[in-house]
Structure formats: structure tokens, C-alpha cells
Write a protein that binds this ligand. Sequence first.
Ligand code: GLP
Length: 256
Amino acid sequence: MRIVLSETYRDMSRKAAYIVASQVILNPRSVLGLATGDTPLGLYHMLISMHWTGDLDFSGVQTFNLDEYYGLSPENPQSYHYYMTHNFFQHINITEKQWHIPDGTTQNVEEECRRYDKAIDHAGGIDLQILGLGVDGHIGFNEPDGKFERGTHFVELQQSTIEANARFFNSPEEVPRHALSMGIKSIMKAKQILLLASGEAKAEIICQALRGEVLPELPASVLQLHPNTICILDRAAAARLMEEGDERLPQHGLEP
Ligand code: GLP
């Protein structure tokens, strides 16, 4: 795993945008894995700017989102469909046929999960997977568990995730208790992974995930085993790693 340090959230987002942009420039038919949450918002803004200035063309790209809340319709402002449409897709040249998000309104969860995995395979697999990190170490909605989940699956959200995500809802009671999420196997199959973490709330968990044992109780720790992962951290998120003096931290990174 390569760790890249950045001073600020904006700097982290810009570096991430250059990596995504180079992927799309080098392969205009790239398959991107996309994440939601606050963390990738700056990255999406930068990619939109690059598109507006004529530097980035998404007409051949396909995208697959990591997850969706169970029970929320695409029109629900708290759904990840809504998030993606408003924060990214409607600002770039991508059509509805090119982007994919698990259907949170499905009547048949098993079938929807299998359909989603097949669609990813049919597209040729994910070239570059963008990931954020939950405060409990989850990636997508792969919550701490006794085992690493394989493909797309139905998830019961942890209380800490419900509380962390309550900021997007009127009250914690409104946060759905379940979601559909790509599994660890789907994520690990991506040819390249770009993990982003920003802010002091992520400092401890990122340190555990990158330095500790690989355990399903800390889902992001599995990324240590991926052959091609880049992790971009801002100064606040890197604080614990810098204290520990991780040997993978670049020498030319931030001054302590
Ligand atoms: C949600 C998403 C994750 C995301 C996480 C962190 O739980 N399912 O994919 O990484 O939130 O969100 P944030 O970036 O807002 O900290």
C-alpha cells in the first residue's frame, strides 16, 4: 500500500482527482467504483471542474457505487442515488445507462445482490475503486463482522454507523437500519483502490486499519492485502500514523 500525505482536505481531494483523471484519460472506457459520504465530495467537485474545462470526458466510463440504503427510493434526498445524481452525475457527461447503484427498493434482495455482482463482472470488473472509511472501520457498508463478506449482500447497520450517518437525516430514527453493499471480495477484486480519509475523527481507525492485524472486525484492514492500493490522508487523519512513525509514510510528506 502506498500512503500519500496531504496538508488539507482540499489537497487530498485534488490529489485523488488527478489519480482518477489519469485513470480515465489512460482508459476512456474505465470502470470506476464510487463511494458516498462527505469524504469524496471534494474529489467529485474537482472532477466536475476538470470536465467543465474540457479536460475530462466520461462518455465511455461506467460506474458502480458501493452501496445503497435499504428502503429508500432514488428520489429520497437521503438515498445514495440522490447523492450521486446531485453531487456528480448530473454535472458530467454520463448517462443513466452508464452508472449503477444497488436498488434499495428491491422486493428480492438476494436477486438484486446477484444481479449487481453480475453487472460488475459483465463490465469487466472495477479498474479503480474509490473508498471512504467509516468511524468503525467499515468500507462500503461492510460492517465489523466475524468474517469477510464476499459479494454484494444485505447488511444490518451498526449503531455507530447509524449515529455517524444521522447528520444527513432529520433524526437518528430516520436512518435506515439496513443497506445493500458490495462485499469485501467485490472490493478486493478491483484492480486499483484509492482510499481517502480526512479529519481527526479518522486518525485512530486509519492507524489501526493500516498498521494492525488484518481482521474482519476491522473491515478496512483487509486493504493491507490488496496489491495496488493508494491511501491519501490529510494531516488530521494521518496524525496517529505520524506519531507511530509508519515506515510507509513518504519522506517528502508533511513536516512533523
Ligand atoms: C457511509 C458510506 C461509506 C463511507 C462512510 C464514511 O457509511 N456507506 O461508503 O465511506 O459513510 O463517510 P464520511 O466520508 O462521511 O466520513
